[in-house]
Ligand binder design. Structure first.
Ligand code: SAM
Length: 392
């Protein structure tokens, strides 16, 4: 069917309104004016606070720029920009694809039924909505091996993806409650940096917040690759450094948040120490393997029953480590919540210390030191905080 002028845009908008609730995507391609900055624009619905919004993914070379619109704003955008700048438009809704080809002010409309009749998520859909949806165009995650080329989650990375989404949700809650307008985050033991990238992507790209995110790790090759991927996608305030986090020479600027996800053994303690020393307001730390106490602990009192069997001793040592860390942080003025941040099915190491600095406090670690001494244990964070305290 051929249309022209007002009838043309009216037809597109009528189709859009008719398929509003089952829209899967809109794709604008074949620019009519090559000086228009985006080669292609995809629009997809997503849920936010129970409302359906529409995200524009605007492709410019290797970069992607995002903009979120309500349905009315989307209609206005289609009328004023989309339909004027592109000669091809695909509207894909449940059970239908409509292709528009615009030539010399006339539009050819071709609709066809498709097998894909599944409805898109609605506002009342109770299915878990992730902050970062599978299918979202995040090319950096393809390079890192978390997404396939068509933006599906790589099967082996599914648990990591769930952990990271939950991590970002928790950080985001704290950030929104803080009323801050910008954020600087340090990630200790960032490794392949899936979390670091997603945190940056979420704040800087999706939400458009001034975010500086720095990752530290011992592995030079991994750090080099992460910096190359960040540069490739124009992530200007995301940087990675080869650095041993046991040193305190990491970053001189003001830090809002320290994060760790499975930073090995005592690397977690040094991250917490850094936050305590620099009075970092927020800490989100998911510890990893904890060998330190397990390697030292010997019978000493009421808990000896837990030390006779290897498995119990290992679990008890891990719990004791995190209980001691939480107590040190509380003694240093933090409010500490100990959370299961994801279901055990997605990681056996699923305990998170979520900490908010509430007051300046001189820590009294005598009780925790006495407890550890009875069992023959010296613990990194306790020793380091006591050393800092005695220097002041
Ligand atoms: C299990 S990986 C976790 C990586 C990443 N955070 C994640 O969740 O995918 C732990 C990382 O901590 C790093 N690491 C361990 N000790 C460190 C130290 N002293 N300084 C910097 N990085 C360290 C290791 O090189 C490794 O990449």
């Amino acid at each position: 069917m051929l249309f022209a002028g007002d009838t043309m845009i009216q037809t597109i908008l009528d189709d859009l309104r008719q398929h509003k609730d089952t829209l899967r995507k809109l794709v604008f391609s074949d620019r009519s004016d090559k000086s228009f900055p985006y080669e292609k624009i995809c629009v997809r619905p997503f849920q936010k606070n129970g409302e359906t919004l529409f995200q524009l993914e605007q492709f410019k070379g290797p970069q992607v720029f995002h903009q979120n619109l309500s349905f009315d704003e989307l209609c206005t955008w289609v009328e004023t920009t989309g339909e004027k700048q592109y000669r091809q438009l695909l509207l894909s809704a449940a059970g239908t694809d409509v292709q528009y080809t615009i030539r010399a002010g006339r539009v050819r409309r071709k609709a066809r039924a498709t097998a894909n009749a599944a409805a898109v998520p609605k506002a009342h859909n109770r299915e878990k909505q992730y902050l970062l949806r599978e299918g979202e165009n995040i090319p950096a995650l393809v390079d890192l091996g978390v997404f396939t080329k068509d933006f599906k989650i790589v099967k082996a990375k599914y648990d990591k993806y769930k952990q990271i989404n939950r991590f970002v949700e928790l950080i985001d809650d704290a950030f929104r409650a803080s009323g801050r307008k910008k954020i600087t985050i340090l990630d200790f033991g960032c490794g392949k940096s899936y979390l670091t990238f997603i945190v940056y992507y979420y704040f800087a790209v999706l939400r458009g917040i001034k975010a500086t995110v720095l990752g530290f790790d011992l592995k030079a090759d991994v750090v080099e690759n992460c910096n190359a991927v960040a540069a490739r996608y124009g992530y200007g305030d995301l940087h990675f450094y080869v650095n041993d986090v046991t040193t305190d020479k990491l970053f001189d600027g003001k830090v809002d948040m320290v994060i760790t996800l499975h930073a090995c053994d005592t690397a977690t303690d040094y991250a917490l120490l850094h936050a305590i020393r620099h009075k970092v307001p927020y800490i989100f730390s998911v510890p990893c393997c904890q060998h330190e106490i397990n390697a030292q602990i010997r019978p000493g009192g009421d808990f000896d029953l837990l030390l006779g069997d290897g498995l119990l001793k290992e679990r008890f040592s891990a719990l004791l480590t995190d209980a001691v860390r939480a107590e040190v942080l509380r003694q240093c003025g933090y409010r500490v919540d100990v959370l299961e941040f994801v279901d055990l099915a997605h990681s056996p190491k699923n305990l998170m210390l979520r900490c908010f600095l509430q007051q300046n406090k001189t820590p009294d670690l005598s009780a925790v030191r006495n407890l550890l001494a009875r069992y023959g244990v010296r613990q990194t964070l306790v020793e380091a905080v006591c050393a800092v305290d005695s220097q002041q």
